[in-house]
Structures are given as structure tokens and as C-alpha cells.
Ligand binder design. Sequence first.
Ligand SMILES: [Zn+2]
Ligand SMILES: [Zn+2]
Length: 90
Amino acid sequence: MDVNAVCYNHPDRQANKGCWRCQQFICIDCSTILFGQTYCGKCASEVAKISANPDKPNLLKREINSRPLMVVIIIITLIIAAVEIYVMTR
Ligand SMILES: [Zn+2]
Ligand SMILES: [Zn+2]
């Protein structure tokens, strides 16, 4: 790293770290460590947002997608049963 690099938030301070995501030079006050990597404030909030959100919808999606055939079979069975009951009671 360039020893003369300055923090992009503090032009008067020497940067001793670089953002892992955007490679901006940042001072220790501006660095946020997330998942063992150093990020600038902006990237840290974005990384935190990305890592907080996507897992849950993905998990839900995966659970729903793992048994679509079962759901379709159950719905078809219910429709057939309903039609049979309707026909029988006429
Ligand atoms: Zn960054
Ligand atoms: Zn700084």
C-alpha cells in the first residue's frame, strides 16, 4: 500500500487500511471490520444490508421450491375429491 495514501474521508489523515470492496484508502476511524474484512463506512453498511437480507428470502424460496410437485399433487387431489363430492351429491 502507498505510504502516502490519505483517508478519503479525512484528507489530512494517513490511511492505514484499504476498503476490501471498493479499494478506497481509509484511516482506522473510518474502517469497519465485517466478516474479517475491512470496509469503508459506505461499503460496510451495504455489505451488512446485503448479508442481512438475502439469506432469508432465499431460504424460504428454497423450501417452497423443494416441494412444488407435492403441492401440485395435493391441490389436484383436493380438486378431484371436491368434484367427485359435487357430482355424487347432485
Ligand atoms: Zn468501500
Ligand atoms: Zn478517515
